[in-house]
Design a binder for this molecule. Structure first.
Ligand code: ADP
Ligand code: MG
Length: 454
């Protein structure tokens, strides 16, 4: 009744809930639950009895929040008692409405070939194309449509973290699984490949053979985060054999990396040349328009009405990483589930820990102010001619910080501090330096603390 992709979503939601709830609560309420029906908008979960139904109902907002976190989507969550009359009726009403699609899915040949490590939500439809990723997207679609041969093979996709490399890679895999179900698609994260290889070696020759065959029989190998192989000689060797075996038989290889092949410094030349022998494309941070388009898409997926100034606030403040952009959006949505509406004010509150206000630029005024407060004197006293020790020490510290935090010249500092001579300033700075270096002085701690407050 529940498609594999929904099962996968549910298991991720469970993991998320496991972190949010106490161990006992999770084991008591969530462990016995199973999804009995799901489509793109609703998840129906069964609970063992009426008592659980009553209790777990109060958790529904928490569940919805977890769905938003896992797949940026606002699912309607319904509960029903397992095998009850009510459950039969609910299922009948839902499956009647979505019968065609269920039938279609049941007829799919791809069910057992579908690589379970592919995330069904990472597809081309969900990928927003903009100036930074247009070429990468086009190359991935081209590979997905015409697999094998020398056409863009291997495809080497590189760029910074959170820019959509993994998403595009899954999209190729999902597309091929859907349209050419007979093809063997393997998606593997480099780290997993390494771990698998190590445990295989420990288990002996038979295990190694099946490991080797698994990868060398792929029609499409999606190898994510190849930079992880850097410096791992034996792994590189293994990957090189797999790569050659696949490449020579015209099978497709797609790799992602956080840098271009020529920057993989510890890679032998023969590997570097191989990796860049097909098509190498980079993916750049999204421009403002793309960021807003991605946020718009998330709003649609959540059926959420989000004002333009909220989009603008998030997109203007989170510029270089789509994962963080998504995280910020999910936080706003989760926050608004509690507070009831989405507006700029709630967005600013929800994101206060993520988007910090612009730091105040350090100035001599700020230094004098912070030092004065630290030593419980006034700024006026620091700038005055008073010569008692409770004022001269803060004054010298403030001068020292103007010199070494702001790089101000001695004459300039002298001017700021009420027209003092540059030699006076120099003397003050030298004195503070000497004090910091003397073992029994607490000045060094004072200065570190003041710097933190600046
Ligand atoms: P990378 O592998 O480059 O570190 P991911 O592919 O994991 O980045 O992307 C991080 C998140 O941002 C994922 O949730 C992904 O779906 C989303 N994302 C990245 N680029 C886009 C895009 N162009 N459109 C929609 N979502 C995107
Ligand atoms: Mg990635």
């Amino acid at each position: 009744m529940v498609e594999k992709k929904h099962d996968q979503i549910w298991s991720k939601v469970r993991e998320c809930l496991r972190e949010e709830m106490t161990g006992v609560s999770f084991k008591t309420w969530v462990d016995p639950m199973t999804p009995v029906f799901a489509d793109d908008t609703v998840f129906i979960l069964s609970v063992p009895d009426e008592f659980s139904l009553d209790h777990v109902s109060s958790f529904i907002p928490l569940f919805q929040n977890a769905f938003v976190q896992v797949c940026s989507r606002n699912y309607k969550v319904e509960l029903t008692v397992k095998d009850s009359q009510e459950m039969t009726e609910i299922l009948r009403s839902y499956t009647k409405n979505s019968a065609p699609s269920i039938k279609k899915d049941a007829n799919k040949k791809d069910a057992n070939l579908y690589d379970s490590s592919l995330n069904p939500l990472y597809d081309f439809e969900n990928f927003v194309v903009g100036s930074g990723n247009r070429f990468a997207h086009a190359a991935c679609v081209a590979v997905a449509e015409r697999l094998g041969g020398r056409n863009y093979n291997p495809l080497f996709l590189y760029g910074g973290s959170g820019l959509g490399k993994t998403h595009l890679m899954h999209a190729i895999g999902n597309y091929v699984c859907k349209n050419q179900p007979e093809k063997r698609v393997i998606y593997v994260q480099c780290e997993k490949f390494v771990n698998e290889f190590i445990s295989t070696i420990q288990r002996g020759a038979g295990a190694y053979e099946s490991f080797r065959d698994k990868y060398r029989n792929a029609d499409l190998l999606l190898f994510d985060d190849i930079q992880f192989l850097e410096g791992k000689e034996q792994m590189l060797e293994e990957f090189f054999y797999t790569f050659n075996a696949l490449h020579e038989s015209g099978k497709h290889i797609v790799m992602t990396c956080d840098k271009p092949p020529q920057s993989l410094s510890t890679l032998e030349e023969r590997l570097r040349t191989r990796f860049s022998s097909g098509l190498t494309v980079d993916i750049q941070p999204p421009d403002y328009e793309t960021r807003v388009a991605i946020l718009n898409k998330r709003a649609q997926q959540n059926s959420a009405i989000v004002p333009d100034d909220v989009f603008d606030y998030i997109a203007s403040n989170i510029a270089t990483n789509i994962r963080e952009l998504d995280g910020a959006f999910n936080t706003v949505i989760a926050y608004s589930l509690l507070s009831g509406n989405i507006n700029l004010e709630t967005a600013v509150k929800a994101l206060k820990d993520i988007i910090q206000a612009e730091p105040t630029p350090v100035s001599s005024d700020l230094i004098i102010d912070v030092v004065a407060r630290y030593y419980h004197v006034s700024s006026g006293e620091i700038l005055s001619n008073k010569r008692s020790k409770d004022v001269t020490v803060p004054r010298q510290v403030a001068m020292y910080l103007c010199r070494y935090v702001m790089n101000m010249t001695f004459p300039r500092i002298g001017k700021v501090f009420g027209g003092r001579d540059h030699s006076t300033v120099m003397h003050a700075c030298n004195k503070v330096s000497a004090d910091i270096n003397s073992r029994d002085s607490s000045l060094s701690n004072d200065i570190e603390e003041i710097k933190k407050r600046l």
